[in-house]
Design a binder for this molecule. Structure first.
Ligand code: XMP
Length: 503
């Protein structure tokens, strides 16, 4: 026994220590450039098959991403990943809210029959929030329409039938199946419609298109959408049978991508879960993580992932490195994983997850090979993040907590840290903390500043897009005094700047 111990110590003496770096350890050297920030293209690949118009993801954390955040992320060209500290039903409902938000053609809209009592229309409004109800006969043929304006005059009782109040189809402008969304929108504009009903050649109702959606798509031309023009959204799942059950439900709800969300992606549970998802639903896009080595990249690629998520311990609320002594400084971790992808036959995009403090960090993450960046802290404390505003000494805050914090683990995220079996709160070994961040207003302002900083960074590098940035990027290592020089200094106070935090 003693012999074995001495032998282990001997082996330990020969361990090598590799130099590693994170965002604050380096800077990008400016390059000769003809590129103006406005000419930069920031579109990217989230997975092998899903494109984004901006490389931003909001983290699947219970103080960051539910439907409100996911909607704003997708409208800005990125994507939000709905967290899994929810029952399956609640997570499904969150995904549905995002998918329903901006519909192009709303397929299978809720309908009523002409002989239904008017109370059915009121029920549809109260229960589902739909104020525009197409009226169809027994064969599904469109016969009329109740619009939101009609509500002002609607009697809420069973004496009146829908037939007496509906706008008859003979007086409606109707679109035909096969028309493009653009043509549908042209009809909406031409006839000043609030809703256009689309019918097939037998006059059966197929879908509707609304003016509100038209306005939204004009306001947000870069939003990330699927082929039916619905906003993109992702859903987090765990490993094993529970993860597969959750995956099945999220897919039915319309999630565009599944993220197997764990603290240790290079593990049997994650690899087997990825394989099982791919076996059951081969076309589904799956992201897995988190990892920090090229070996992990290779094993997950072999299992069938469509993108890899990198980050062991860089997050602002993470304590994994302190609790377990485990982690790799984030910039080096991204580079290692990118190397693993480079050496694999099947190429997949890499997502840098955690540790982002500013738009400059996003530029650095992309420059070393990431294709997109996931953020928690950056988007926490906004109007769109779950949770209430708290007031202390006249200042406004919102809670931001790690999914490995005791508070979050109690709500269900213990499986992310391999502690699913533990029942008592006192027995958790947390790998994250809970804290507060300053209230920041709308996340749209943050996204605007992030995009602006990104464009500026690309411009300094003379890069038109992410792949040019990765080819042209030239880094220098910096010292602690250089970092001090990088931040505002020698001022009595720093006035607030939207893209610079002085916390
Ligand atoms: P930022 O820096 O954006 O990081 O706040 C968000 C990412 O941190 C990860 N995460 C955790 N990591 N303990 C950890 O070690 C935790 O409690 C925890 N919660 C979240 C996660 O990858 C997230 O996207």
């Amino acid at each position: 026994m003693l012999k074995f111990n001495l032998f282990s110590i001997f082996i330990g003496m020969f361990k090598q220590f590799q130099d590693t770096f994170t965002f604050d350890d380096v800077l990008l050297v400016p390059q000769k450039s003809e590129i103006l920030p406005k000419d930069v293209k920031i579109h990217t690949y989230l997975t092998r098959e899903i494109k984004l118009n901006a490389p931003f993801l909001s983290a699947p954390m219970d103080t960051v991403t539910e439907h409100e955040m996911a909607i704003k992320m997708a409208l800005a060209g990125g994507i939000g990943i709905i967290h899994k500290n929810l029952s399956i039903d609640d997570q499904v409902a969150e995904i549905r809210k995002v998918k329903r938000f901006e519909n192009g053609f709303v397929k299978n809209p809720m309908t009523a029959h002409p002989s239904d009592p008017m109370s059915k229309i009121i029920q549809i409004r109260n229960k589902f929030g739909y104020k525009k109800v197409p009226i169809v006969d027994n064969d599904g043929v469109l016969v009329g329409f109740i619009s939101d304006i009609d509500y002002l005059m609607l009697p809420d009782n069973d004496e009146h039938k829908v037939l007496d109040f509906m706008f008859p189809v003979q007086k409606m402008n109707v679109g035909y199946e096969g028309m493009s969304l653009k043509e549908a929108y042209q009809m909406i504009q031409k006839f000043r419609l609030r809703t256009l009903c689309i019918v097939d050649k037998n006059n059966k109702l197929v879908s509707i298109v609304t003016r509100r959606d038209l306005e939204k798509s004009l306001l947000y031309p870069n939003s990330s959408k699927d082929s039916t023009k619905q906003l993109l959204v992702g859903g987090a799942i765990g490993v094993g049978i529970n993860g597969i059950e959750r995956a099945e439900n999220l897919l039915k709800a319309g999630t565009d991508v599944l993220i197997v969300d764990t603290a240790h992606g290079h593990s049997r549970g994650v690899i087997d879960t990825v394989k099982e998802i791919k076996r059951k639903w081969s076309g589904v896009q799956v992201i897995a993580g988190n990892i920090a080595s090229s070996d992990a990249a290779k094993d997950l690629i072999d299992a069938g992932v469509d993108a890899l998520k990198v980050g062991i311990g860089p997050g602002s609320i993470c304590t994994t490195r302190i609790v377990a002594g485990i982690g790799v400084p984030q910039l080096s971790a991204i580079m290692e994983v990118v190397k693993g992808v480079y050496n694999s036959q099947r190429k997949v995009p890499v997502i840098a997850d955690g540790g982002i403090k500013s738009s400059g960090d996003v530029v650095k993450a992309l420059a070393v090979g990431a294709m997109s960046v996931m953020m928690g802290n950056m988007f926490a404390g906004t109007d769109e993040s779950p949770g209430r505003i708290e007031y202390t000494n006249g200042r406004m805050y919102k809670v931001y907590r790690g999914m490995g914090s005791i508070d979050a683990m109690e709500f269900g995220s213990k499986d992310r840290y391999g502690q699913a079996e533990i029942k008592e709160k006192q027995k958790f070994v947390p790998e994250g903390v809970s804290g507060r961040v300053a209230y920041k207003g709308s996340v749209s302002t943050i996204l605007y500043q992030l995009e602006g900083g990104l464009r500026s960074g690309f411009g300094y590098n003379g890069a038109r897009n992410i792949s040019e940035l990765q080819k042209r990027a030239h880094f220098v290592k910096i010292t602690g005094s250089s970092l001090k020089e990088s931040h505002p200094h020698d001022l009595k106070e720093v006035s607030s700047a939207p893209n610079y935090s002085i916390d």
